[in-house]
Design a binder for this molecule. Structure first.
Ligand SMILES: [Zn+2]
Length: 229
C-alpha cells in the first residue's frame, strides 16, 4: 500500500504531465493557427493587423490559443499566440489579447466550435454594409455551399446574419450569444462594415468555412447578385 507522500508524488507527477501535455497542445495549435493566418494574409483577408484567430486547447476548463492584438498577420508566428481562459484573461504568453477575444469566447460557449476565425476582407466589408438594412445575406444555389458542415445540396439556403458593429465588446458579445442561441446551426455572421466570423468543430473545418464564405461573398459582389441576395 502506498504511503501518503507516495500518493502526493503521484498526484504531483500527473499534474506536471497534464501541464506538459497542455503546453504541447497549445504550441501545436498555435503553429497551425499561425500557418492559417499567414495564408489568409496572402489572400488579402487580414491586412493591416486586422483579424484574429483562436482554437481550443481544452474545453474543461476552457482554454483558447488566440492571436495577441496588433500583429501583422503576414509573418504570424506560434510565439505570438496567447492562451486565455473563459474570461479572456491571459494564462500563457506575452502580449494582450484583442478586445474581440470576448467574441471568440462567446462563440465557443454557445456553438460546438473548437476553432474561431475572423477576417476583414474587402468582400465582407462591402456586403455587410450594403446589406445591413436586410439584417443578413442569403446564400443559395451555389455548389460551394456544400463545403459548409452538414450541407448536402446547392439548394441549401445559408443565412449569414449581419450584426451592427460596436466598440463595446461586452455588449457585442451578448448580441452574438443571443443570435447564435436563436440559430445554433448557423455557420457564421458578419459585423457591419467590419468582417466575418466563422468557426468549426476543428481548425481545418473553420478554415474551410472561411474559404467557402469568402468565396461566396466575393461571387456576390463581383456578379452584382448582392443587390438581390
Ligand atoms: Zn475585427
Amino acid at each position: 500500500m502506498k504511503s501518503k507522500s507516495d500518493r502526493k508524488q503521484v498526484i504531483a507527477r500527473r499534474g506536471a504531465d497534464a501541464s506538459q501535455a497542455n503546453q504541447r497542445s497549445f504550441l501545436k495549435t498555435a503553429e497551425s493557427l499561425a500557418e492559417i493566418g499567414r495564408g489568409f494574409y496572402a489572400r488579402g483577408w487580414v491586412l493591416g493587423t486586422s483579424g484574429n484567430f483562436s482554437a481550443m486547447v481544452s474545453r474543461e476548463p476552457l482554454r483558447l490559443a488566440i492571436t495577441s492584438t496588433g500583429l501583422d498577420k503576414g509573418g504570424l508566428k506560434a510565439a505570438q499566440f496567447l492562451e486565455i481562459d473563459d474570461q479572456a484573461k491571459v494564462i500563457r504568453g506575452d502580449g494582450r489579447p484583442s478586445a474581440e477575444a470576448l467574441l471568440h469566447v462567446a462563440i465557443v460557449r454557445v456553438v460546438e466550435a473548437r476553432a474561431v476565425l475572423h477576417t476583414h476582407s474587402v468582400w465582407s466589408t462591402v456586403l455587410s454594409g450594403t446589406r445591413a438594412g436586410h439584417g443578413g445575406i442569403a446564400l443559395q444555389g451555389y455548389e460551394m455551399l456544400k463545403g459548409l458542415a452538414g450541407v448536402q445540396t446547392h439548394k441549401h439556403c445559408e443565412w449569414l446574419p449581419i450584426l451592427e458593429n460596436s466598440q463595446d465588446v461586452v455588449e457585442l458579445a451578448d448580441r452574438v450569444s443571443i443570435t447564435l442561441r436563436e440559430k445554433p446551426d448557423t455557420h457564421g455572421f458578419l459585423l457591419q462594415e467590419h468582417g466575418l466570423y466563422t468557426w468549426g468543430e476543428s481548425l481545418a473545418e473553420a478554415k474551410r468555412h472561411v474559404e467557402i464564405l469568402e468565396f461566396l461573398m466575393e461571387v456576390l459582389v463581383r456578379s452584382g447578385a448582392a443587390q438581390t441576395a
